[in-house]
Design a protein around this ligand. Sequence first.
Ligand code: SF4
Length: 247
Amino acid sequence: MPDTTKGKPVRKTKKRLPRSAYSREELVEIFSRFRQERPAPKGELMHVNPFTLVVAVALSAQATDIGVNRATKDLFKVADTPQKMLALGEEKVGEHIRTIGLWRNKARNVIALSRKLVDDFGGEVPQTREELVTLPGVGRKTANVVLSMAFGIPTMAVDTHILRLGNRMRLAPAKTPDDVETILMRIIPEEFLYHAHHWLILHGRYTCVARKPRCEACIIADLCKSREKTCDIPAPIVPIVDQEIPI
Ligand code: SF4
């Protein structure tokens, strides 16, 4: 049934968002090259199951993946389930993650989210965004990462790298992560959608870096429409088959 106001049907319109500077053909070419370079891209947060992934992503806010991996290496050896995390307790969790920014809050959240998983979800990580964001310390970005990496659902978790790339490249020129996410989910051709999140993060982390993009090392330099780019010649594609997790 359509919504009505005084008997007139009200159309639900899509939010108007800025347009990407790229045509579908250009997007296919860009993501084809990313796929050639990294046929099986992975996230760089170490985890052993959906629960440890939720914890690692929650810990990664305002911290580097390497810093989180160093802290969780030993933590996950002793606590890889919500029950074990609760048994370990907030103080001990805090000792493991003391090298990460905001560690006190994060230790509290890890315990609180473990308790909620045990109390409300039978100790299992839920598989919907609506349920995931009810966990303490878990926002939309964390939920998207978990849906994609743990459950194989295509999502676009917009972190600082994707927000920057969306605007710098004019791929998804918008101010908020939510709007960048919506634009990217609309424009990325479906065949690339599942891996697109990791391709963009890794491109932002290693090539289109924050301070000064490494355009001379960029495999899409000829296609890029950034006003900041310093080179038009694409770097040769060297496939990276075994991606290492940094520790
Ligand atoms: S050409 Fe430069 S600005 Fe454009 S995507 Fe590549 S590294 Fe980034």
